[in-house]
Design a protein around this ligand. Structure first.
Ligand SMILES: C[S@@+](CC[C@H](N)C(=O)[O-])C[C@H]1O[C@@H](n2cnc3c(N)ncnc32)[C@H](O)[C@@H]1O
Length: 295
């Protein structure tokens, strides 16, 4: 009988340990902050100068570093703008860390934070149940659509909350990233054996969903990589956690059957997925930002 693999997200302790480590070893966050500083200002709705108030919804915000960067960028560009920020994040420790970050970040007096410790799906149910009519100017989902049950339905719901001219940002791994190639080649084997729900999504699956709904979008590149050198050091715990994080398999090295594991590890470090640079293995995590408009 095929062994049953668990997905990493099912073990929140291990997931958070791996995520913290991932943040240290990837260029994804630095490049996301560059995107926020240099490209997002030109993507934001043009009419912000005349506004006094902005509604933002962050979905799957984690511990909030990206959200706070967006809010800080907006503060610099539009100093008199007040911000109402809905945070949708199911993981209690992440919300706790986000609140800590808020308390340690100066200059956030103009922001009201509304904490929704729940999944995007429960948020949708409650929003509809309460007949909420509030609309948003910016909704963002950074690297989180992999975790929702029905990405198309989640996109439709949050898109319906946008004001005219407002933007929905969907940020995911791109199809031609190393991670994208890995899941295209091995996703079925890893997921067929899994008893958890998480999809190996890339922007290649999300673009057709948008097109089928007639939603217009633009696409921005977000290059990134992760130093995976430790993943190939026998018995290195950091490497094991990083492998778990990038394959989304709980305890990848101990759970995946040996033949499949060897094949995947070889594929992962191959130049199609990783670069070998100065003795370091750099796993490619190129992502894309899909900016969906509300016309
Ligand atoms: C890869 S992390 C990204 C966190 C943050 N956006 C960032 O880029 O640093 C994915 C986040 O989505 C959250 N998440 C998982 N399932 C979710 C769901 N169904 N609805 C909303 N968020 C979810 C996780 O708890 C986690 O914080």
């Amino acid at each position: 009988m095929a062994s049953i693999l668990r997905s990493l997200i099912g073990d929140s302790n291990r997931y958070l340990k791996a995520l913290t480590l991932f943040k240290k070893h990837t260029t994804l966050y630095r490049n996301t902050y560059d995107f926020i500083d240099n490209q997002l200002p030109n993507i934001m709705p043009r009419n912000l100068n005349g506004k006094s108030h902005l509604n933002i919804i962050g979905v799957g915000s984690g511990s909030g570093e990206i959200d706070i960067n967006i809010i800080s960028m907006l503060r610099m560009k539009y100093p008199s703008l007040k911000v109402d920020n809905e945070v949708v994040e199911p993981e209690p420790q992440q919300i706790h860390d986000y609140k800590d970050l808020v308390s340690q970040t100066p200059g956030l007096d103009h922001v009201t934070f509304n904490w929704n410790q729940m999944t995007a799906e429960v948020f949708e149910e409650q929003w509809k149940g309460n007949n909420m009519t509030k609309k948003a100017d910016l909704i963002h989902m950074f690297q989180m659509l992999y975790f929702v049950k029905d990405p198309g339905a989640t996109i439709s719901f949050f898109h319906s909350l946008l004001n005219k001219n407002a933007k929905l940002l969907l940020v995911l791994l791109s199809d031609d990233s190393g991670a994208g190639k890995l899941v295209k080649n091995y996703g079925k084997q890893l997921r067929n054996n899994s008893n958890d729900e998480i999809s190996y999504l890339t922007t290649a699956e999300v673009k057709p969903l948008l097109e089928a709904k007639g939603l217009k979008y633009r696409c921005y590149k977000l290059p990134a990589q992760m130093d995976a050198t430790n993943c190939y050091v026998e018995g290195n715990e950091e490497g094991e956690l990083l492998f778990d994080f990038t394959t989304e398999v709980h305890n990848f090295k101990k759970s995946v059957p040996p033949e499949l594991k060897a094949e995947i590890m070889e594929f992962y470090r191959h130049h199609a997925c990783s670069l070998d640079a100065n003795g370091k293995i750099q796993f490619n995590l190129d992502s894309e930002v899909l900016v969906v408009d509300r016309v």
